[in-house]
Design a protein around this ligand. Sequence first.
Ligand code: ADP
Ligand code: MG
Length: 617
Amino acid sequence: MSRIIGIDLGTTNSLVAYVDEKTNLPRVIPDERGRALLPSIVAFTPEGILVGEAARRQLVRRPRATVYSVKRLMGRGFDDVKGELRYLPFAIAPADGIVKIQVEGREVTPPEVSAVVLRALKERAERHFGEAIEQAVITVPAYFNDSQRQATRDAGRIAGLDVVRIVNEPTAASLAYGLDRLKRGVVAVYDLGGGTFDISILRVNEGIFEVLATNGDTHLGGDDFDRVLMLWLAEDIQSHHHRELAQAGVDLVRDADAAQELRLAAEAAKMRLSTVERTTLTIPFADFTYHRDIPRDDIERLIAPLVAKTLGPCRQALKDAGLGASEIDEVVLVGGSTRVPLVRRRVQELFGRVPHSQLNPDEVVALGAAVQAHILAGGITDMLLLDVTPLSLGIETLGGIVSVLIPRNTTIPTSAREMFTTSVDGQTVVDMHVLQGERELAKDCRSLARFELSGIDPMPAGMPRIEVTFLIDANGLLTTTAKELRTGKAAAIEVKPTYGLSETEVQRMVEDSFTYAEADVETRLLIEARNEADTVITHVERALRQGAHLATDAERRAIEAALAKLRQARGGDDRHVIIETTTALNRATEHLAEVMMDAALRGAIQSRRADEIMESQ
Ligand code: ADP
Ligand code: MG
């Protein structure tokens, strides 16, 4: 049995864990100095690459070469992260739509940076076990789309890890608490980390997890607590020691070194205040030493508005899941910032129940990843972790219409199959266009991939039987297969969606589908009417070529007139007129069709008789 490790690749901190075979309990693997958390920070120095604590110490001295919060950039396009740039001191280069970070005269991709963190954790595990580790389960936020998940897999691959499963963070946290053993229930996972807040509502049913709703704030977390405390301290120091500061020419907020010092002191005090009622903060300056006694009340007053900001997304997630707070069976706390007593109180008030907090909130995701890894390594297959597709998936059909195969919010893994055909006689190649989105027309959806199904035997339009299959695996990867059943020709593509579908874009695409619903349906109906008209026109033209001798002159003239009328109507954009003229043409050819059918049947019967006669001889 090969060993699989569980990794929480966090925005602020990352961890690695495994399940201890003796106790069957998950455990975090600490570094040589006993620290479980590895800061997700990578510094590119002329002497080499630093990671974790060592890189964190470079943050002030080399802000442009020290990369942190890279998780925000994983699998995103340049346009998606434009809004993030003001939060990040390092330079971003647009390159083929993929974000690249410029550090020390070189360019690195987000998966490359994450790979440095993953490699450090891999090596930590290898030292612990004294053997090579090649497989890992890695967690991602529930809202991560396919490209963000793919980027995470890429990071694993670069680090020399085979990522056997990508698991949602809230699911992992629930697994760590053994909530998969619930027969049925609804779990709320409240995750407040360093710079992000996520709330997820999961349904558990016979060990299967399903994400019902997610919400959050991508710029809210413990860093904000540090910032408000730091600004408050800066003001206090300024008011008590303004003369000394002015003499030394120190600006506490603008001076990078001083600000960093103050930030670290603020964070340390914040952490102490999670367990003790009051603490003393001491910061030595060149000419004086600042002392301050801080009761917990002070910090609670400062961060109360920030904590309150997490409650709106919680209510929205409940609403999206169609549930009231009282219908939540279990609440799980995740993220270092949920150690703050005020946060716990607010969460408990909102859901009306005591949240799970027996495990370290900053370790619980890694512990759950280890549990999942253990299940996979042991070959236990009765547990599937579900997820949903954020947007509908389909293919483009005649006239630029989207035919949806997998609707949005379908739980994955899933598959769908549909039959299609050709629209032109003798067509040997079909262009397959895979789309993502909620609109009726391909041009309004997101193009995921294009491929060709070629080598089809030339047949009349409508004869080929093209079976299109969509398969989404448990990791959210989509495989599209097209197969012409008569000739057996097939083509497939694994959709590695173009990096860069943002949360806001998903939101916008869903909203747009409502806004344009009516206009979209009208356009779709018009295109469908035109497609139908084209089919009828082709058939009638063929009938006139082959069966003209079976029709009377008057009949033929009537058909030709109806045909001309439909050709004209088809060029216009009145759907009702097109439908009416199509019906009129159908009616005009009814008699001819009947005679042609009779003739064909007679022909068939006659040849059959001939066969019979031959046989009896
Ligand atoms: P992420 O999931 O974003 O990688 P973590 O879950 O590790 O991050 O959370 C990091 C945040 O938790 C930091 O802002 C840190 O200051 C905060 N934190 C850690 N321990 C405590 C504590 N004892 N009290 C308050 N905040 C804490
Ligand atoms: Mg986290």
